[in-house]
Design a protein around this ligand. Sequence first.
Ligand code: R5P
Length: 304
Amino acid sequence: MKDFLLFSGVSNRPLAEKVAKLLGVSLGKVDLTRFADGELRPWIQEDVRDKTVFVIESLSFPMDEHIMEMSLMGDAIRRGAPKTMIAVIPYLGYSRQDKQHRVGEPVSARVIAKFLEVSRYREVIIVELHNEAIVGFFQIPVIHISTLPLFAEHLRSMKISDGVVVSPDVGGVKRARNLAYMLDLPMVVMEKKRFLDRSDTTESFQIIGDVTGKTAIIIDDVISTGGTITHSVRSLSEAGASKIIVCAAHGIFAADAIGQLRGSNVEKIIITDTIVVSREKQLPQLATLSVAPLLANAIGTILR
Ligand code: R5P
């Protein structure tokens, strides 16, 4: 393998450490201190000259701080003349703002893509985008990693005989269809209504397909407020699903997501470790799969 360095921001060090271990290296030394007024002051303490440098950072809450950290680390590394610099982003914050939902709003995902480019990253590795079309917002190469093989492997080990894969909204049909194909299961789609004047408020109201007596496997990209999942679970239970399992790549668990999920009829919630979930948010039904092998593999592909 080529000479390389892997640095981590503060957002998800446990995952960065797992990736480093799989690659047989230690994380690069970087001092991430702040001035008294709160300004970040990254200090790269490795010789990056002529090296391939990776920076791993989840753009999760507080996303604006993590984006700035990614950006300033990028500038600091570039000034040391590396051969190339690659952003490794387990969770791309702002990716749900991938279109102008209302006149007067930004296309924030595109702004984030531009931010990474002006910070002089030359390639990006991203896990489970909200919408694959976001790849087109970048003018640099993007390796987009799907978490579906991880979920499929785990679900197969659960030996579910009566499963049906559920897309909680029309936007997630392709993801659900691919998972259903991997598991050789049928698929149903839910129609979700989102109230644009009340941020983060959703209501599921229609199921297209039959879930009677089945184990419904909901697949989504993120669980944020938990609204989509709890509404879906309620509708699926009312429609006769016998058991409900939820799979989502990114466990954000914002606002009262945990409270809502605690009171819902979910057998199991399977997420990945793209975002750190604090101890008090660890529900008993929660299972976490690691994306570290997928990231290490993508890094290995670039280095070969
Ligand atoms: C929406 O299009 C996404 O795929 C998720 O379903 C949604 O963003 C989840 O958010 P929440 O948990 O707040 O309903």
